[in-house]
Design a protein around this ligand. Structure first.
Ligand SMILES: [Zn+2]
Length: 96
């Protein structure tokens, strides 16, 4: 058995790339039914991980993929703030 891992591994829900928790962006469905990005990884709720590739982040928003993954209907308001948050996240990544 070789199950010892130092960092928890997470899988990008779009491209299935496996990475460390810190290498992926968490999107969470809060208990209130909102969907938001969770850069700290500390919010409670059902989470999905996306790798930092802008392609995967954009794809999650397209075709309501993230809705299917999190099994939630995202309100137009939440969708807009999600888009903004992810857009800013992508910009930040591009700078680093
Ligand atoms: Zn990915």
């Amino acid at each position: 058995m070789n199950t010892i891992k130092k960092t928890p591994q997470r899988t990008c829900v779009i491209c299935r790339t496996v990475g460390s928790k810190r290498g992926l962006l968490r999107v969470v469905r809060t208990p209130e039914g909102h969907v938001q990005v969770d850069p700290s990884g500390r919010l409670s709720g059902r989470g999905a991980y996306l790798c930092r590739e802008g392609r995967c982040l954009n794809m999650a928003l397209k075709d309501n993929k993230i809705e299917h993954i999190l099994k939630v209907k995202i309100s137009p308001e939440d969708r807009e703030s999600l888009k903004t948050a992810i857009g800013e996240y992508i910009k930040e990544q591009a700078v680093v």
